[in-house]
Every structure is written in C-alpha cells, then in structure tokens.
Design a protein. Structure first.
Lengths: 337, 279
C-alpha cells in the first residue's frame, strides 16, 4: 500500500507543476499591460507602477515565476487588489462554507443517484427506466442558474418554505469553532441554529447535487446492468439466492467500485458549479468570492481561487485512487509492480 | 444514410432530440420572417407585459419581445456551440493523434499538459481564462474551447494508440507511406466514431459553459440576445415577471437536452459491444 501511495503521489508532481504554470500564466494572458488594464482608464502613472511592483510585472518572466513559487511555498497567494487583504487568508475563511455545501450536495447526490440507478437497471426498458433516463439527461442538461431560479421561485417566493438565499438567518448564531455551521451548531447543542442552517443549505445543495445525482444514476444503471449479465451472477442465481441477495450482495457490490471513481471525479467538477450556485444563493464561499473578484478584475483573487479549485480536484482524484486500491487488491498489485 | 435511418428507428429518444434541435434551428433561422419584432427594438410603453396573443412569451423590462429575443438567441447559441466544438476539435484532435502515434517523449509532454488542464473544474478554468482575455463573446468561446480541447486530445490519443498497432497501419508503414499520410489517411480516418460522440457531447457542454460565462457577465455583452446573459440581466424582475428570465433559461435547457439525447443515443449505437450484438 505504501509503495502504491508513493507512486501515485510522485505521478502527481509533473501535473501539479504544470497546474502552477497555468495559474501563474493567467495574469500574463491579460492583453496589453495587465497593470493598465486592471486599473482602468483614470489611473495615474504612480498607481500603475505600484501595481506593476505588487504583481511582480517589473521582473523578467522566469524571475516572476520563481517569486510566485517562493510566495506559494510560504502560503502567500498575494493580496487582493480590492481589499488589500491576503488572498490565502480570505480563501481559508471561506473554504468551510463551500465544503459544507459540497458535502451536503454529495450526500444528497449519492442518496438519490444510486437508488435511481438500481431501480433503472433492475427494470430495463420499462416505463420507469425510460422516465429515469430522460430525467437524468435533464439533470445533466439544465443550467445551474436556471434550476436555482426555479427552486427559489417555487420553494421560497411562492410556497415560502425555505429561505431565498444566505447561509443563516440574521439572528441565528453563525459558524463557530470549525467554521462548518451545521457541525458547529450541533457541537454547541443548538438545534435551532442547526435547523436554520439546514433550511438554508437545501436549495443550493440541490442545485449542486442535480448534476452529480444524474451522472451517478446513469453510471450505476449501466455498470449494474453489465454486472448482472456476468457469469458469477448466474452462479449466484443457480445457488438459489433471492433476487435481492443477487442484486445487492453480488451485483451492486461490484458495480459500485467504478461508481466511486465517477463520484470522486464529478465531485470536483461539481465544485466548479459553486461559482454559479454560490453567487445566486449569496452563499459566502469561495465560488462567490471568485465571482466578486471577476466583477472587480481582482486578479490575485481569481488566481488564488482557480488554484484552490485545482488542488481540491487533484486531491479528490488521489483520494479516489486510494479508496479504489483499498477496495480492490488487483489495482494495488498492478500499480506497485 | 441507411445507417442513420436504422439508428433513429432504434433510438426514439435520439429522434426526439433531433426533431427538437431541428425545430430550434429552423425557428432561429426563420425568425426575421416569423416575428414582426426585432430583438433590440425598445417599446417602453409595453414593458414586462405577460405572455399573450401579441407577445407569446411576454416582453422584458425594455418592452422587447421575449420570444423574438429567444429565437435570435438561438442563432447565437447554435453558432457558439458549433464554433467552440470546431475549435476544440481542431486543437485537440491533431495533438492527441500525434501523441498516440508518436509515443515516447512527445506523448509524455502532450499528455501531461492535457492532465494538468483536466485538473481544473471545466467552468473554473473557462471563467479564469475568459476573465483574463476580457469580457466578450469571442473571448468566452475561446476560453471554453481551450478547456474542452484536452478531452478531444484524450479520445484521439486513445484511438491513435489502438489503431497504430493494427495490421493495415503496419502494412502502410512497410509500403513506405509518409508519417503524415498514415496519420491522416489511416489513423485519423478510422478514429472518427468516438470523436463524433465526443463532439456531440461537447456541443452540449460548450453551450452550457458559454451560457454560464454569459450569465457571469464574461460572455456576450448587451444588447446581444444571448441566452445566458439574458437570464442574468433579467434577474431583478424574476418575482414580478418570471418569464423574462425563465424563457431564455428554458431555451438553454431544451437545446442542451436535445443535443444530449442525440449524443447519448449515438454513444450507445457506436458502442462496439452493442454493435456486435446487433450485427
């Protein structure tokens, strides 16, 4: 297992290096002089030189990259052009909100996606199967901002069941020790704050989860149908196992392994949707921070959030591989040899 | 042609998608003759009118006919989708084919760059690139094409690796054909099926992502009738006049759904295992 881990992490090194090059290049892609473009028309020569200095634009490209790496090594992602605050600290303070939203969405997607896939796979070509297939295609085709609008209209404006936006009601106690509002309210023994947080997270989490649940449902359906056609399933049936024992004990167990990969990779992809979802629901996470930075042309912040999203993506792909290796000894042996 | 009929007969959902897509394309193409309105003509006296016989989908805050804007937006959107996919294809496929056929360090370098680009959530990379290039429809399309190209490279590479070891390619090498000729005549030509599926599926993502950039203010600029931008510009009126934002948003859903229905059926149809069962 250790050999597997080391190999897996080493393979990430060139990819991570290139990710850094891409993120570093972003500011340099701004047409013309980035300092002039970012400050806009009315800027004085003094302001422009100051910004050039702050963004390291006065040095040669290789030197700029070295100083970028040097800053990164010390956890320095530069300062926001808008607020002047360190980007790394701003990101860290917003990360729990995004992760909380993403985890709730992940759990929801798994709870909805896998059962739908199983139902579809065990009744292939039935009316229900067709309905679920079309439904899952709608799930991957709907723009996040449209789904968000519809949910807000129906559940907040018309029915009045759930709050339109935000992470907590004005007078509810906000995040505490961990920064995860739901967890904090439970730790503090405050069920009211917990329910308030839950009411706020449902709609944005549903929007984020829709894509993942649909993808997962489609995947589980195909994987399970394939598994149910295998020889060992026939053997299990011949042994006289019940239908449920065959489907869940043998079929689903084998079909879920590839599903883990899909969940892991799509989870990170889903996080990208946080930029839209958090913006619409005024959710105070890194997605909305990125949106505000775009509005203000706050490039150090855009770079920082882009890097953070990529790191989460890479980390989740490593976690997926480790889970895979833990669950399937064949993979472990193949990579280690 | 016979194949296409057989495909549509066996896939009623793909047929439905194709019909929907054609209806949208024809409606968008004929809108100058179908509608008495133009997409940008202001009519403040009739602003935010609800859907009715004179304005089928109502009017927006400037009194512009929403149905007309949605159909003109269809022209923009279909052009965006095709343009982005063509660009991603033209960048990704040659690089992927080269990587798969050449192998060695060429393969290693190209594929590590592909891996690195695929390490960003698609929308995040497209957003960051579009923000750097500056807000405009062309820049948004370029940004989305750059994020989609690595997927084409991956598919093309897989095809090239599989095809390069086939006997007819070895025969071509023995016959002394040039590398370029082998690449285009044999490797690329035989890898078309999966690339077709990839193109169809990418068409949906291209439209969704460009619309999302439009929604974030990084795509088409007003008063261009682009669907994503139209949703975000009308957010303020959602409570009193939901149709102004829901109509363009619904149009995105219908267009992408239609494309995905076709792509899904195509992926199924071209799947080698299903093919073997059928023949």
């Amino acid at each position: 297992m250790t050999a597997f881990l080391i190999r897996r992490l080493l393979a990430m090194v060139p990819v991570l290096a290139l990710v850094l090059v891409i993120v570093f290049s972003l500011v340099r892609l701004i047409p013309g002089d980035p300092a002039v473009t970012l400050l806009g028309p009315g800027a004085t020569q003094q302001q422009i030189s100051a910004l050039r200095l702050q963004l390291d634009l006065d040095k040669s490209l290789p030197l700029q990259f070295v100083s970028y790496l040097g800053g990164l090594a010390q956890g320095d992602l530069g300062q926001s052009l808008k607020s002047g605050l360190p980007v790394a600290r701003e990101l860290l303070s917003r990360l729990p909100a995004t992760l909380e939203l993403a985890f709730v969405a992940l759990i929801g997607a798994i709870l909805v996606g896998i059962p739908l896939g199983v139902v579809s796979a065990t009744r292939p070509n039935s009316a229900l199967d067709h309905a679920l297939r079309v439904g899952s295609l709608v799930g991957v085709s709907v723009p996040a901002f449209l789904l968000a609008l519809i949910l807000q209209l129906v559940f907040s404006v018309w029915l009045g069941w759930l709050p339109v936006s935000g992470r907590a009601s004005p007078f509810a106690t906000g995040a505490g020790a961990t920064g995860f509002a739901l967890l904090d309210s439970l730790l503090a023994g405050n069920p009211r704050a917990f329910l308030d947080g839950l009411a706020h997270v449902i709609l944005p989490a549903t929007v984020l989860a829709a894509f993942l649940a649909a993808t997962l449902g489609r995947f589980v359906r195909n994987a399970l149908m394939e598994t149910l056609g295998e020889d060992f399933i026939r053997t299990a049936r011949a042994k006289g196992l019940t239908r449920a024992e065959v489907v869940y004990g043998h079929g689903l167990r084998n079909a879920l392994l590839p599903a883990i990969t899909v969940v892991g990779l799509k989870f990170a992809e889903m996080l990208g949707g946080a930029v839209l979802t958090e913006t619409i629901f005024a959710w105070p996470g890194i997605g909305r921070y990125m949106f505000e930075a775009i509005r203000n042309r706050d490039y150090p912040v855009i770079q920082g959030t882009t890097l953070l999203f990529a790191l989460i993506f890479v980390a989740s792909s490593i976690v997926v591989d480790i889970l895979h290796a833990l669950l399937d000894p064949r993979i472990r042996r193949k990579v280690a040899s | 042609m016979k194949d296409a009929v057989a495909f549509l007969r066996a896939n009623p959902l793909a047929l439905a998608g194709l019909v929907l897509l054609l209806a949208l394309a024809i409606g968008s193409a004929l809108v100058p003759w179908l509608s008495p309105y133009t997409p940008t003509r202001l009519d403040i006296l009739h602003k935010l009118a609800p859907p009715g016989p004179t304005h089928w989908l109502g009017t927006d805050a400037f009194g512009r006919d929403v149905a007309t804007r949605v159909l003109y937006g269809g022209q923009v959107t279909l052009a965006i989708g095709l343009g982005v996919v063509a660009l991603a294809f033209l960048v990704g496929v040659p690089l992927g084919t080269l990587a798969g056929y050449a192998g060695g360090w060429v393969d290693a370098v190209i594929m590590r760059v592909v891996d690195a680009m695929l390490s960003f959530p698609g929308l995040v990379l497209a957003t960051a690139l579009a923000a750097a290039f500056g807000p405009s429809l062309q820049n948004a399309m370029l940004a989305v094409a750059i994020t989609l190209a690595p997927q084409f490279a991956r598919v093309a590479r897989g095809q090239a690796v599989a095809i390069a070891s086939r006997p007819y390619v070895e025969a071509a090498v023995t016959l002394g054909l040039t590398r370029g000729r082998i690449l285009t005549r044999y490797v690329l030509a035989n890898g078309v099926g999966p690339l077709l599926v990839q193109s169809t599926l990418s068409l949906g993502s291209a439209i969704l992502q460009t619309a999302s950039l439009g929604f974030l203010g990084l795509g088409a600029q007003p008063p261009a009738p682009e669907w994503g931008a139209d949703v975000s510009l009308n957010l303020d009126y959602v409570r009193s006049a939901p149709w102004v934002a829901l109509a363009p948003g619904g149009a995105i859903l219908l267009a992408v759904l239609a494309i995905n229905l076709v792509g899904d059926g195509l992926a199924d149809w071209l799947d080698p295992r299903r093919r073997a069962e059928r023949d």
